[in-house]
Design a protein around this ligand. Sequence first.
Ligand SMILES: Cc1cc2nc3c(=O)[nH]c(=O)nc-3n(C[C@H](O)[C@H](O)[C@H](O)COP(=O)(O)OP(=O)(O)OC[C@H]3O[C@@H](n4cnc5c(N)ncnc54)[C@H](O)[C@@H]3O)c2cc1C
Length: 477
Amino acid sequence: MTRVVVLGGGIAGLAAAFRRASTGETIVLEAGPRAGGSIRTIREDGFTLECGPNTLRTSEAAERLIRDLGLEGEAVAADGKAPRWIVRGGSPRAVVPGPAALFNKVFTLKGKLRLLKEPFVARRPASLDDESVHSFFARRFGEEAALYGAGPMVSGVYAGDPHALSIRSAFPRLWDAEGASGSVIRGLLRKKEKEGKSAGGGGGKGGGAHGGRSGDPAPARHRARTLTFSGGLFTLIETLLSRLNERPGFRIETNAAAVSVEGPLPSPGPRWRVRAADGRAVDADVLVSTLAGPQAARLFGNVLTRSAVALAAVPSSPVTVVLAAYPSPASPADAPRGFGGLIPQVEGFRSLGILYPASLFTGRAPAGFVLTTSFLGGALDRALAGAPDADLLAVAGSEVARFFPRLGPPSRSWIVRWPEAIPQLPLGHHRTLAALDADLAALEAMAPGSLHVTSGFRDGIALGERIARGEALGEAL
Ligand SMILES: Cc1cc2nc3c(=O)[nH]c(=O)nc-3n(C[C@H](O)[C@H](O)[C@H](O)COP(=O)(O)OP(=O)(O)OC[C@H]3O[C@@H](n4cnc5c(N)ncnc54)[C@H](O)[C@@H]3O)c2cc1C
């Protein structure tokens, strides 16, 4: 009987445990007091509030998981027509993704003309093997697109610094599109066409809205939805846990951080010995790590000899979420409507973005309330993420009031801090990943199938991707 030990009880770890193909013992060690990782939902007095992710943009794997967990009836789809906005000149401007973006009011005419020139911009030199998201957008689409397109995208997905984040690792579909076709627009169109053909002309949207990757498993036939559940995204975690707990041989231990790992140990016998925070040893035939780069480097430094130093240095951005419930204003025109939006750094606000959960999804707040979710901090404003509650409430409240002056003060607020929210992939991160692949290949030769690694720093941060990667790994166990 093979014993699999999963490090980390977030969505990726639980999806891997759920899809484990072989029988045997599965133990999930989770450092925190509860499973779910970044997924956490507050249910209080009729409010259903997301502390971390708000939306699941479905990959094919996520759709299958929802079906297999019997959650289809609980899925709440986002209002597909809910407008998103980007702030320009201090006011929110509605944006439409894709080619229709040419008609939005975020870009000036000059900026739009520059966007249209992208297919005629020279391909990057062969010597350029990575660049920042800002520099890539400025080179391909112009400075305005970098400031008002790429900047908000980086804030919204990574809470990152567009001048520091690697385009090649953070948005590989864009990087690869230029590499394949000499133009991002041409490359994406060709890819879409190819996907359409390989799916028998089925069409559909590939890629995650939240940081799609080149290897994104969302195939062309799949029609992605943006959704939550009636009880919030934590429903996914609860349902996974309740199904896993029915299986003999499964257990999850919370408050059980892995503090050291020994291995690979000689065969026969368990290949790894994990030491938990309370000093206990947990032996494993197979280890699955879903941990962030620095944690993985600390635990596996002796086997990840080529990659550990670089992995240890992959930083995470801090994000603090301020949720606020306001009494509904007398006129619906004064209430937040739509999805919410993002604020380019050059606009001088301190919120990275503000979502309107009660407008996007039904059932988020009792009648008579509207909701806002402000994201503060990120890689460019680390001090604000760690500021006292009163300062956070003041910043979030005053910036919501700039867009909705008739809303009045909130009747309730909640603050959730994520000191290490999202991995920041630095320039040259692809070399770290190649070194990690080489380390894992060497280990595979020594102790076949005994260590698997999936994490946002390696294979995508969007929930749809985390589910797909966790599942693929589980199926291989
Ligand atoms: C504020 C915020 C908003 C987001 N919004 C969205 C969104 O709208 N849509 C979207 O698709 N994605 C969003 N994301 C990203 C997405 O939520 C994450 O990428 C995803 O949940 C990560 O899942 P995971 O299982 O890979 O890792 P995690 O959820 O980070 O799980 C890893 C687990 O490992 C545990 N752990 C750490 N160290 C140890 C140790 N030594 N031993 C044992 N356990 C350990 C942690 O406690 C954690 O529970 C958001 C993230 C944040 C923080």
